[in-house]
Every structure is written in C-alpha cells, then in structure tokens.
Design a protein around this ligand. Structure first.
Ligand code: ADP
Ligand code: MG
Length: 390
C-alpha cells in the first residue's frame, strides 16, 4: 500500500528524521493560510498523488509570497497530473502540501527497500539524488551504493558511515546521516514497509540534512498489526476497477495487456496468464472468481473485466470444483446480455456440472468458441485478439 508524501513526512517526524514544516490544503485559500503560518521567505506547493516525478510534471512549485502560493495551489488542485509514473491518463490532484522552502546545496538519494530475493532490508544511497535517480541507475550505476542489513533489522553505524562518506558528506553531516538512516530503518522494520525512499535528501545551505521528499510502500499483509498505517489509505487513489473488485468480493488485479481472463482459483489464474503469454498475447487482468462464487459474483467479475477499455477479447477458464460450471455459465450469460457483449469470447469449462454449463452457454445465443485444453484456449484467444488489433 502506498501513502502520500505528507503522510510519509508525518511518520518521518515520528522517527526523528528532519523534514520541512508544512501543512495540508484542499483549497487555494487554505494553501495561502498555511503559507502565512510558516516562516518564509520561500514556500513550496506540492501535489499529493501516489506517484513520483511530480516536479517534472508541474506538480511542485516554488513560490516567493503567500499570493504566489495561492496561485500555484489554484493551478495544481484539480489538475490531471501526468508524470512518468502515472501513465498517460495522469492522476487528479485533490490535495496539496505547502511547506517551507529549503535552501538546497546538494541533493542526495537515500532509500531502505525490502530485497525479496535476498530476504533482507537493503539501504541504497547516491550522491546524485534529485529528480532522475532512474537515469543514474541506468547510466552510472556505480554511483549508487548499497548495503544489506542483517536479520536484526538495524543498520550498524559503520554501514551508514561508509555510505555517507561515499556520498561526500563531511564528518558532522555523516553523524546526522547515521542518526537519520537509523530512524528510517527503525520505521521500515516497525511498520512493515517495503520501501522508504527519500529523494532528495537535501544538504542545506548551512550544512544540515533534511528529507525533502518521501515515498513509502507498506506490506499489505502487515496492515492488521499496524492500524495507524492502514488508516492512511486514500480511497481516491488506486485503480477504480480494483476497488470495485474488492467491494464485490472478487480478486481482480489490473495488468497492462488486452486479453480479459476469468478463472477460478489463484493457481489456475496464474497458469492461464502464463499460457496467454506463451501464445503471444498479453493478459489484461488477473481475476480469480473464487471457489464459492455465486452467479452474481461471476457476473460482477465479468462486468468489471469488461469495463477495462483495453480488453479486446475474453478467455474464461474454469475448472469446476466447489464452483459449479452451470453457475459460472449463468453468471457469464447474464453479464454478457447486460452489456451486449461484442468481443471475442473463448470458454474452457471442465468439472462439476460441465454439461449443464455448456448447455446454458449454447442455448444463450452468445457467440463464443470453446477449447478442450488450456493451451488451445490461449492460442484461440491470442489469434482472435490479434485479428482485432490489425
Ligand atoms: P517528485 O520526486 O515527485 O518530483 P519532490 O518532492 O522530489 O517531488 O520535488 C521535486 C524537486 O523540488 C526536488 O528535487 C527539490 O529540488 C524541489 N523541492 C521539493 N521540496 C522542496 C522544498 N521544501 N524546498 C525546496 N525545494 C524543494
Ligand atoms: Mg522526489
């Protein structure tokens, strides 16, 4: 789960990491009032969306007066902010964070990230922080230093020192850096964070360290024991279709492809997505209708999948166990009728009540193709969606 920069900065403060003073605003007038309550002479207005790259996209504005803050907030609030992380449709800005402008001498990069392959937290630091860490990783990867943390989930001072001396900090700054990084690691461990990223970590004109940006991601499996983190979820963020799936009780995850899939069981769903890819097409979603799904849940899942405009064809792969094939067939027929389905549809049904399921589909008047095996089903739908594409 992602959180906003302003929420992340609240957590940083709790863990002793220095951040600029600021306040949240949802109207231009509120933004002005926040600026007036902070010492100037410079303020920064920052769009709060769950995506990085806001600076380059016009979502971060440096202002020299409360008037300018109000103006900047008016421009940013309500805008559809497009960054390299939002996709071309962008994200609507509902809130801005107004904070004290910092006099920046240098910008570093610092993050604590869960390395799943190594099964440990890893710290990454670079002297080349700021807005383009991806380019640093690509062009000069030797300028990103990493160190793995042991199972005690703490960073030893010598590890932090070596990272910060590597970034060219002075002795006094390294001292501040060690404390700051210990705070980040403590936060990551205590709150089940999979990412705590400070970019930039600024060295100020008078030589101190301050976190100017903060991006955090938390392991959803840990939210039960971190109710304070769970409470930070913003229902306006995230994929609207995935949210609908949650409300309807179906396991739906949106992907980048164009073949809609509906499957029962997470394992079979993963295998089906592999089969689609092997057949040369790309799945548009993961959808596990679940073992105990009703006709209504199947219909809900089907209609969520169809509301994705990228979907060009559908593959239904059901192995009826507890979930009976006739229930699936009836749910599909109901949903398809409701939306007047015109897309190519390939169905592979096996298992409990398969004959009844096939009869329902046959007699529905729906246009669809059947397949005897999973590989055949995947090849069929790949072929049909390719035709639609060209
Ligand atoms: P993003 O990473 O989404 O572009 P940042 O919070 O990193 O957003 O802001 C982009 C840039 O704006 C930073 O690299 C920094 O140069 C500048 N900036 C951000 N916050 C401040 C601040 N409080 N004072 C001065 N400059 C800032
Ligand atoms: Mg940033």
């Amino acid at each position: 789960m992602n959180i906003h920069e302003y929420q992340a900065k609240g957590l940083l403060k709790e863990f002793g990491v220095p951040v600029p003073q600021g306040g949240l605003a949802v109207t231009p007038q509120e933004a002005r009032a926040v600026a007036e309550s902070l010492p100037g002479p410079v303020w920064v207005v920052k769009a709060q969306i769950h995506a990085g790259g806001r600076g380059k996209g016009g979502g971060v504005k440096v202002c020299k007066s409360p008037d300018a803050v109000e103006e900047a907030a008016r421009a940013i609030l309500g805008m559809q902010l497009v960054t390299h992380q939002t996709g071309p449709e962008g994200k609507k800005v509902h809130k801005v964070w107004v904070e004290q402008g910092t006099d920046i001498a240098r910008e570093l990069y610092l993050s604590v990230v869960l390395d799943r392959a190594a099964a440990c937290l890893t710290v990454m630091a670079s002297p080349d922080g700021g807005m383009d860490i991806e380019a640093v990783a690509e062009k000069t990867p030797e300028r990103i230093f990493t160190t793995r943390l042991d199972g005690c989930l703490r960073v030893w001072p010598y590890q932090a020192q070596s990272l910060f001396f590597g970034c060219g900090l002075t002795q006094a700054q390294v001292g501040e850096g060690v404390k700051l990084l210990q705070g980040l690691v403590e936060l990551a461990a205590a709150k089940d964070a999979t990412l705590v990223e400070i970019n930039p970590l600024a060295v100020t004109g008078d030589g101190h360290l301050v976190a100017l940006d903060a991006k955090m991601n938390f392991d959803e499996s840990g939210l039960k024991r971190n109710p304070d983190i769970a409470a930070l979820e913003d229902p306006e963020e995230g994929d609207p279709l995935e949210r609908k799936g949650q409300e309807m009780g179906v396991n739906y995850v949106r992907l980048d492809g164009y073949v809609g899939t509906m499957v029962n069981g997470a394992g079979l769903a993963m295998a089906t997505m592999d089969a689609i890819k092997q057949a040369g097409a790309l799945p548009a979603n993961f959808l596990d209708a679940g073992g105990g799904a009703s006709e209504e849940t199947v219909a809900a899942g089907f209609s969520i999948m169809l509301s994705d405009p990228r979907v060009r064809g559908i593959l239904i792969n059901i192995f009826g166990g507890i979930l009976r094939c006739d229930i699936v067939a009836q749910g599909v027929v109901n949903a398809a009728r409701k939306v007047n389905l015109q897309l190519p549809l390939v169905v592979r049904l096996e298992g409990t009540n398969v004959e009844e399921g096939r009869r329902i589909l046959r007699e529905s008047g729906l246009k669809f193709e059947t397949a005897a095996s999973m590989a055949e089903a995947a090849q069929r739908i790949a072929g049909l969606t390719k035709e639609v594409r060209s």
